[in-house]
Ligand binder design. Structure first.
Ligand code: PEP
Length: 246
């Protein structure tokens, strides 16, 4: 599973170029979920472009609100489903830090999505927490929102160390593998139905380092920010995941 998080980037022109470059670079392989989360406002244009270029991608969003109704500026899961979206990211560290999202509101979002579409829950520690060897405690706290919930099989986690996002610094593949195993164990023991989720790694993944992460047993894919903004580099990463050469 490889997912692009475009964050607050993109334009109509960018989508045209991105689609063409993705189409030119992608080597067909039908067993991988490839998702792209543009800003809400570009969902329809990316959908049209995907159809025009025959791109094998699923379109999703970067966040969701908990319900429809009197919630000015919000977007609900029913609306994005209506637009054909198949997944949402929630709990991204930029939502937690810039928009002050609490575990409690992320938990409500998780409940509002339910099994309507797939959810990718982001978790990750700060640099200080990492230096203090507090990573597992932080992750346990962030994952506590799953306790006692029946989780759909489409639910997955993105492990995104905050100090790695957009910095070019990453944990070693071995460290990532160890943390992913820990996350799987925590979710399995705390969810009511004992699911073992797919766990994606996110943080400075690019087409030069992706293979080193994908080789690890507990790395089920990647959530990609910066390198997903170019159709060519994103398709290269997808091809690497699929075991094709570039
Ligand atoms: C992200 O913010 O989800 C992310 C992984 O960003 P980047 O790939 O740019 O580090």
């Amino acid at each position: 599973m490889i997912v692009a998080n475009w964050k607050c980037n993109g334009s109509r022109k960018m989508i045209q170029d991105w689609s063409k470059h993705y189409e030119d670079t992608y080597i067909p392989f039908d067993r991988t979920f490839v998702g792209v989360a543009p800003p809400y406002i570009y969902v329809e244009q990316l959908t049209n472009s995907k159809n025009a270029h025959g791109l094998d991608i699923k379109i999703g969003v970067q966040d969701i609100d908990i319900s429809s109704g009197a919630r000015t500026s919000a977007i609900s899961v029913d609306m994005i489903q209506d637009m054909g979206c198949q997944f949402t990211i929630i709990g991204h560290s930029e939502r937690r830090n810039i928009f002050d999202e609490s575990n409690m509101s992320i938990s409500a979002k998780l409940d509002s999505v339910g099994s309507k579409i797939a959810t990718i829950l982001c978790v990750g520690e700060t640099e200080k927490e990492n230096n203090n060897k507090d990573t597992k405690n932080v992750l346990e706290e962030q994952l506590s929102i799953i306790k006692g919930k029946i989780m759909p099989s489409s639910f997955c986690i993105a492990y995104e160390p905050i100090w790695s996002i957009g910095t070019g610094n990453t944990p070693t593949p071995n460290e990532i593998n160890d943390i992913h195993k820990f996350i799987k164990d925590v979710v399995q023991s705390s969810s009511e139905n004992s699911i073992v989720p797919n766990v994606l790694y996110g943080g400075s993944v690019n087409d030069a380092n992706a293979e080193s992460f994908f080789k690890e047993d507990n790395v089920d894919g990647a959530l990609i920010g910066g390198a997903s903004l170019q159709g060519k580099s994103f398709a290269n990463i997808v091809n690497i995941f699929n075991g094709k050469t570039i």
